[in-house]
Design a protein around this ligand. Structure first.
Ligand code: T1G
Length: 687
């Protein structure tokens, strides 16, 4: 888009209208900032102009600074300078807001004297999600308009608020009709001119409610949620400064704190994930206009934990679901669980009671596969066994209408083998949800050798519709995430035989930033997955614990003992079992330090990621990062395993892997791609 029509200035009966049109989201790029500077200068100089309306075309008001400019030299005018210029306007400036006024976009609205928004507008400061803080006055102006407490919540959560909430809080001055924003903003401008209202500037207002207790209690309440992150605490400090320093001093501090965060590894990692999540949705070679098959009705086979969670994704998006079970009792239990989950969300205020009923009304529970005949997409979430899945897909092939997509939720099995059980392998795809399927954002979309481009494109679009972050995986055992997880699992099991205890390994992995360690995960999932009393030989620690009926949280004991609130404590009994197993396998135990635990759990994952990349299972290293951040809770401030490898340096990873390979064998041999990049002094980010 050429510069001259990014910004336009028209005058309508004494009111100047500055209109911005810079798709896709009117980000405050250099061209937009430059154009705004010129337009405001012209409006200030025009004696016929008594007030100015600032409005954006397209889908939204400014959605923030242009984050594609981060890491590049700033081109004047900076956003801070532009906003100071607008704030010093000699005439009233009214922001007309629709869509999502986010980050620098909301900061631009804050320097206007008044703000008008349509009811569907959202206003937020999401910088903390990028490892930053609002760097153009947001932390200094917002609390002056809505008070310290609400400002604290907004800047540290990064979550937007709706226009009505903003009106009640004093962040906006008037709601405009949904389809009359421009007219309403001009009328508002005329009103304040005729009423000779003052040019009220946020910077001149006091901050309400900023008591010492507010900040100390807020920090305590959020400690667990902010664990490991740098940006939330920095945002709190900036809000404290707004409450205690003169405005200009607060602005100086905000700028310093912003630059510190922007230069740090955490923000680099979080910006990496922001762009990586969007990149993951773009499939190399898949035309943007690939045919999308309509998905109006979905079938889900299996109403257990996975099937029920999967169904909820579609119900919540307003898509009817026919859910199938073999037994009435299992079907009823599954439906009841879905309702309970929705009711819990309603209790937490996440959805309304009406939405619970509306979602449940879209659910059609049946006992007969034939009921799936009219579905456009059928997803199976049945027992993880190839024979069971092949038999089921054979039946679906005869039941489902031509063009229906048949999807498997398998987390390991060979999709091509499943597809071969049908006469329509081009319509078979893997949709691997992560438990709990109605919560975890990740969806691994597994493309079979014969999966048609339209089926892949349909799956990617559907993922966005149900609020998932989709990553495409090729076919291999465990696809992307679980294949890498197996590396960590193997090393964790070895480490406790060699000298560490489960609680040592879990502590190191938890302190690294993961939500929990491998042994706590095992206890949560159940140690007896795939275990049977009849065939158990007591040859592994896991088997021994299952034989002792220590099968995890569900039996009140596994690797840990659990109290009535399921709080874990290390078990002396388990320690004994481990010592005996080490002796039985003639392994001489030794002290193992935290660094070895971390390196042996993480570096083989990075190495496996390199193989996954080299084999073309994943299109990009950043796709692998997206899998781990969204499917396993990898700390977003470390950017995913592949970015973490680049951060510590691939030469270092290679050398440490070689070191462990010399002691523990081939499992640690650094992969060809990793060695090549390390030798060239490069990272996965250079691919
Ligand atoms: N800058 C540049 N490009 C952006 C962008 C931004 N801020 N936001 C989105 N895009 C691109 C995105 O890459 C994609 O491009 C397209 O727009 C559609 O995005 C100084 C420093 C606005 C809610 O964090 O939350 O201001 O792939 O697929 O799902 O204090 O984008 O099409 O080529 O996400 O409808 C603060 C981030 C910046 C907002 C729209 N602002 N964006 O969601 O579309 S830091 C943000 C979003 C800042 C100041 C600080 C979402 C959205 P392409 P999309 P969407």
């Amino acid at each position: 888009m050429s510069e001259q029509n990014i910004i336009s200035l028209t005058v309508d009966g004494g009111v100047a209208v500055i209109r911005v049109n810079s798709p896709p989201v009117n980000a405050l790029s250099f061209a937009v900032r430059q154009g705004l500077w010129q337009a405001f200068e012209n409006a200030f100089a025009d004696d016929g102009v008594e007030a100015i309306v600032l409005i954006c075309e397209g889908r939204t008001f400014f959605a923030g600074a242009d984050i594609s400019e981060f890491g590049k030299p700033m081109q004047e005018p900076s956003l801070v300078d532009l906003l100071a210029m607008i704030e010093g306007a000699p005439k009233a400036v009214i922001a007309a807001i629709h869509g999502t006024a986010l980050g620098g976009g909301l900061e631009t609205a804050l320097v206007c004297h008044y703000r008008v928004a349509v009811p569907s507008a959202k206003l937020g400061l999401p910088e903390v999600k990028l490892g930053l803080l609002p760097g153009a006055g947001g932390t200094q102006r917002l609390p002056r308009l809505i008070g310290a407490a609400m400002a604290l919540e907004m800047v540290t959560s990064g979550s937007p608020i709706g226009a009505k909430t903003a009106l009640d809080a004093g962040l906006i001055d008037e709601l405009a009709p949904a389809n009359g924003l421009r007219e309403a903003a001009i009328a508002f401008a005329r009103k304040i001119v005729s009423e000779k209202r003052p040019l009220r500037r946020a910077r001149d207002l006091p901050v309400e409610g900023a008591t010492p207790e507010l900040f100390s209690e807020f920090r305590k309440a959020k400690a667990r949620k902010f664990r490991g992150f740098a940006a939330p605490e920095t945002n709190i400090q900036a809000i404290e400064a707004a409450s205690s320093l003169p405005f200009d001093e607060g602005m100086k501090l905000e700028r310093r704190l912003f630059e510190e965060l922007r230069a740090g590894t955490q923000s680099k990692a979080q910006r990496h994930i922001f762009f990586a999540e969007r990149e993951a949705g773009k499939i190399p070679g898949l035309q943007r206009d690939a045919e999308i098959r309509p998905v109006g009705k979905v079938g889900v086979i299996g109403a257990g934990t996975m099937g029920g969670g999967i169904a909820m994704n579609f119900l919540s998006a307003g898509i009817p679901v026919t859910i199938v079970e073999m037994q009435q009792e299992a079907l009823d239990r599954g439906v009841a669980t879905i309702r309970k989950n929705y009711e819990n969300s309603a209790k937490r205020g996440r959805i309304t009671a009406e939405a619970v009923d509306a979602n449940m009304a879209l659910l059609n529970p049946v006992l007969d596969l034939e009921a799936l005949a009219g579905c456009d997409l059928v997803i199976e979430a049945v027992y993880e066994n190839m024979d069971v899945k092949r038999d089921l897909f054979g039946k679906l092939d005869t039941i489902c209408k031509p063009g229906a997509i048949l999807a498997s939720n398998t987390s390991y099995l060979d999709l091509d083998e499943i597809a071969a059980a049908t006469s329509r392998p081009e319509s078979v795809i893997g949709l691997h949800f992560f438990s709990p399927a109605n919560v975890m954002r990740l969806l691994e979309v597994v493309r079979g050798a014969k999966t048609d481009a339209s089926v892949l494109a349909t799956a990617m679009k559907l993922a966005k519709t149900i609020g998932k972050v989709a990553v495409v995986s090729g076919v291999c055992h465990g696809f992307i995430g679980n294949r890498m997880l197996a590396q960590r699992r193997r090393e964790a099991d070895r480490l406790i035989l060699e000298g560490a205890m489960p609680w040592d390994v879990d502590r190191v992995i938890y302190d690294f930033g993961m939500p929990m360690g491998p042994f706590q995960i095992s206890d949560l999932a159940g140690l007896d997955l795939g275990w049977s009393k009849e065939s158990s030989k007591g040859e592994t620690i896991r088997e021994r614990l299952c034989e002792m009926d220590r099968r995890g949280q569900k039996t009140g004991a596994g690797f840990y003992d659990y109290d009535e609130k399921r709080r874990p404590t290390p078990s002396p009994l388990v320690e004994q079992v481990i010592l005996e197993m080490s002796a039985r396998q003639s392994i001489e135990r030794r002290a193992i330090d935290d660094e070895e635990i971390l390196e042996r759990c993480v570096y083989p994952m990075i190495n496996e990621g390199a193989k996954i990349l080299d084999e073309g299972i994943a299109f990009r290293a950043s796709d692998i990062d997206v899998v781990w951040v969204n499917g396993y809770g990898w700390p977003v401030y470390r950017g995913g395993p592949m970015l973490y490898g680049d951060t510590v340096g691939l030469a270092h990873v290679r050398d440490r892997l070689s070191h462990y390979a010399s002691i523990h064998g081939a499992d640690f041999l650094p992969s060809e791609l990793l060695c090549r990049l390390a030798d060239e002094g490069k990272g996965f980010g250079n691919l």
